[in-house]
Design a protein around this ligand. Structure first.
Ligand SMILES: Cc1cc2nc3c(=O)[nH]c(=O)nc-3n(C[C@H](O)[C@H](O)[C@H](O)COP(=O)(O)OP(=O)(O)OC[C@H]3O[C@@H](n4cnc5c(N)ncnc54)[C@H](O)[C@@H]3O)c2cc1C
Length: 425
């Protein structure tokens, strides 16, 4: 039975891609079926590029509960007040209209890898030949017991998934009296976007310097030191935000009392602030963990870097922040977009009996706004190492800014517009 099913699938795949006609099929056609979970930086890119590079011969269904794409990159500027939610929101329409992706507004509840079916929260099922799981991250609330009390998560925000919490955190800052303290906690690495918290501190400090000059930003970092662009951020804090930003390393938050706005640490004294912003420990999105894909410490999903196929479940690929990263590979939107393209090419090859690219190379550029206009970046190139079976940075590639400047600010906004178009247009 399994053999017959496999032969039929191979037949359909080759038939569909074996140049049956020049016309692109829609997602409802007869080609092999790919289901993608999550229309974020990784999933939407993979879905779009499978449709484009297969010339419409592979059916792609993309499942996403959100109405629109809201970008985490640039969301710190909304919190700082120099950008709006409209600036970071893009509709999903083009994925459907231009690329023939079938979008399903729902949440995947579970994956049955034996039957090759995903079950949706709404009750229906979607069969697949290959599944791409790109749900981003979910939070390890169990490591902060007080955050499970009723109302705690509505009061103490993370704003680490752009959307309602981005707006709510901005409102908390606007409502805070001048002279108040904004305290932000950072979890131990690895977490989504290593420089993101330090960028956020700069955005809030710039807002305070202009509108609430007696207020303070306290960064409480579980790590031993700043995890990304350390010298550049420290320079900005010393020169631009002296007396406003205070950085305290080795401050690991182990609980939160939301009723009194108090942080409790592993080794340090309790700390109370006017506005708390707790960025919790994180792991792969629930759907991946529940399916048994998170094989590294039950947190992250190990993959074969040639194809992004899971090491736990066959025919299932995992992308983006949810994976166990290779050395020096950041959990970033840029990287998730690169995963999406690399996986799209591999999935097409696997469904058509062609050889998968044996030397994937991708890059990452990460911009951080130290004010609403001045920016620093770090860049890297990553290449597959056949012996170690992982991605390694190419020696001498990439680099880091020498100083924050406005020209890089313009590059950063161009980067954002380009990646939104590459993912969604
Ligand atoms: C404040 C901040 C600033 C950042 N700045 C940058 C930056 O400047 N540059 C950069 O490169 N990166 C940046 N990042 C990191 C970047 O946002 C992430 O690395 C990127 O979003 C990861 O992409 P992803 O596709 O894995 O996850 P996401 O983009 O989070 O997408 C996951 C999608 O899956 C959906 N989903 C989850 N579960 C299910 C389910 N069960 N069924 C269906 N759908 C589901 C979600 O709704 C979501 O749309 C920043 C992050 C933050 C928080």
């Amino acid at each position: 039975m399994i053999q017959r099913r496999q032969i039929l699938q191979a037949g359909t795949a080759l038939g569909a891609l074996g140049l049956i006609s020049g016309c692109a099929t829609t997602a409802g056609g007869n080609g092999p079926k790919v289901v993608v979970i999550g229309a974020g930086y990784a999933g939407a890119t993979a879905a779009k590029y499978i449709r484009m590079w297969s010339e419409g011969q592979i059916q792609v269904t993309l499942v996403e509960p959100n109405d629109t794409f809201i970008s985490c990159p640039i969301s710190n500027l909304v919190i700082g007040g120099s950008k709006t939610m409209a600036d970071i929101t893009t509709p999903y329409d083009n994925l459907v209209k231009r690329h023939g992706i079938q979008m399903v507004k729902d949440r995947v509840a579970s994956i049955d890898a034996t039957k090759r079916v995903v079950k949706l929260a709404g009750g229906s099922e979607l069969p697949y030949d290959r599944l791409i799981v790109s749900p981003g991250v979910d939070f390890m609330w169990e490591s902060l017991p007080g955050m499970s009390k009723p109302g705690a998560q509505d009061k103490v925000l993370h704003a680490w998934k752009a959307g309602a919490q981005t707006v709510a955190l901005r409102k908390q800052l606007e409502a805070m009296p001048d002279g108040g303290v904004f305290a932000m906690s950072i979890p131990l690495a690895p977490y989504r976007c290593p420089p993101g918290p330090y960028e956020r501190a700069c955005q809030v400090a710039e807002y305070f310097s202009k509108s609430k000059p007696k207020s303070k930003v306290l960064i409480l970092d579980a790590n031993d030191d700043v995890t990304s662009k350390g010298p550049l951020f420290k320079k900005a804090w010393a020169e631009r935000y002296k007396g406003i930003i205070e950085y305290r390393p080795k401050h690991n938050v182990v609980d939160v009392d939301a009723a009194t706005n108090t942080l409790k640490f592993e080794f340090n004294d309790d700390l109370k602030a006017s506005v708390l912003n707790v960025i919790p420990n994180m792991r792969a999105g629930d759907v991946a963990v529940n399916a048994g894909l998170a094989t590294a410490n039950k947190r992250w999903c190990e993959v074969d870097f040639l194809t992004f196929e899971s090491k736990a479940l066959p025919n299932v690929h995992v992308l983006g922040d949810a994976i166990q990263v290779a050395p020096l590979m950041p959990k970033s939107g840029h990287m998730a977009n690169q995963h999406g393209k690399s996986c799209a090419a591999a999935v097409i090859a696997l469904l058509t009996g062609k050889q998968v690219n044996q030397l994937p190379i991708y890059n990452n550029t990460c911009y951080s706004f130290v004010s609403s206009e001045d920016v620093v970046h770090v860049a890297s190139v990553h290449r597959y190492d056949a012996e170690k079976k992982t991605m390694l940075t190419v020696p001498g590639s990439g680099g880091v800014s020498s100083a924050a400047n406005e020209l890089e600010g313009r590059y950063a906004m161009a980067w954002a517009r380009n990646i939104w178009a590459d993912t969604l247009a």
